[in-house]
Design a protein around this ligand. Structure first.
Ligand code: FAD
Length: 327
């Protein structure tokens, strides 16, 4: 096989390892819902496909205890089970997913080169589905209580806090949206913000001030989370007086920013000022042949279903792009 000969679908299905001697039709970076859906569509379109995952197959959703919002599961499903189902379905079409981190991406003479510890993967097109990570709450107990009362997604978890007391940490637009959304479920929402005034849009602030369920705790930072097996109390400290106060809460929602995993392509494609990847309706970035999907993009809704939809669109767009190379 020449360097740029296609691997062919059969090879891609049989091989569980990286092949560096040939060019894949599609290299998918990240095996979350977006990447795995792209893999299902690419595999079914008989494109030779490799999925490279640095950590654990299934992506961010696997840390979620329970998912009630993904259609097809009327009783809900655990995030881990959902991730495992995505994996099995993708592997049915493309073979084993490769557990290798991608450390660099470059495009040269119409081909993409993806750096990994096992050598350079070549591909005609790339789907980037690397997700994003919420900035973690700066409390020592963050890891202990993550998923056990500490959450970073009100759309995902608000329903678990019906008639309970929760706290949102943050003062920007996203934090106020989270607080307003949570106030439809929880009986009380504390909004904890480190500055003396909120940073969010004026209209949002007015909505928050007018909401009787939301109580502001300004000039305050979270210092400790207490509880036996689940969150029971949040200790906050006033940054001016250093006085501490204990809030009895069942849940804490962190909303102090997010870090999109877009480092790999920051010099290749257009990003928003928050580092999210800009895409067009076909999920193509500003670099031809490089597609991006899900949470790493400037999508208005970061959920499993939107990542999956993006993945499907990107795979079909990649197929069209590859065909355009042949004509
Ligand atoms: C606690 C919690 C609960 C949630 N609950 C829900 C819910 O109920 N319903 C819902 O719809 N959504 C929920 N979400 C949101 C949902 O998980 C995300 O929107 C979704 O996982 C995004 O999918 P993605 O494919 O874009 O990215 P991700 O799922 O983040 O996957 C990205 C993958 O890329 C990998 N990766 C990153 N960099 C590299 C690299 N350099 N090389 C190789 N691999 C790389 C990562 O390891 C990861 O596996 C929840 C999120 C959290 C945190």
């Amino acid at each position: 096989m020449s360097e740029f000969e296609s691997t062919g679908i059969g090879d891609a299905v049989e091989k569980e390892d990286i092949r560096t001697d040939v060019a894949y039709d599609v290299a998918i970076v990240g095996a979350g819902p977006g990447g795995l859906t792209a893999a299902i569509y690419a595999g079914r379109a008989r494109l030779s496909t490799i999925v490279l995952e640095k950590h654990s197959i299934g992506g961010l959703i696997t840390v979620s205890d329970w998912v009630d919002s993904f259609p097809g599961f009327p009783e809900g499903i655990s995030g881990e089970d959902l991730g495992e189902r995505f994996r099995k379905q993708a592997e049915r079409f493309i073979g084993q997913i490769s557990l290798n981190a991608v450390t660099s991406i470059r495009k040269e003479a119409g081909r993409f080169y993806l750096g990994t510890e096992r050598g350079e993967v070549k591909a005609k097109s790339v789907v980037l589905s690397t997700g994003s990570e919420p900035v973690k709450l700066p409390v020592p107990e963050e890891e202990k209580f993550r998923g056990k009362g500490i959450s970073y997604c009100a759309t995902c978890d608000a329903a678990f806090f019906k008639n309970k007391i929760v706290s949102v940490v943050g003062g920007g637009d996203a934090a106020l949206h989270e607080a307003l959304y949570l106030s439809k479920f929880a009986r009380k929402v504390f909004l904890v913000h480190r500055r003396g005034e909120l940073r969010a849009a004026q209209m949002l602030q007015e909505e928050v001030f007018a909401n009787p369920s939301i109580e502001l705790k300004l000039n305050a930072i979270p210092v400790n989370v207490l509880g036996d097996r689940k969150v029971e109390e949040l200790v906050i400290e006033n940054v001016q007086t250093h006085q501490q106060e204990t809030l009895h809460v069942d849940g804490i929602f962190g909303s102090i920013g997010e870090k999109p995993n877009s480092e790999l392509v920051k010099d290749l494609v257009e990003l928003t000022d928050k580092g999210l990847i800009k895409t067009d309706a076909n999920k193509e970035t500003s670099l031809k042949g490089l597609f991006a999907v899900g949470d790493v993009t400037d999508t208005p809704l970061k959920q499993v279903i939107t990542a999956c939809a993006d993945g499907a669109i990107a795979a079909v767009s990649a197929e069209q792009y590859i065909r355009s190379l042949e004509t």
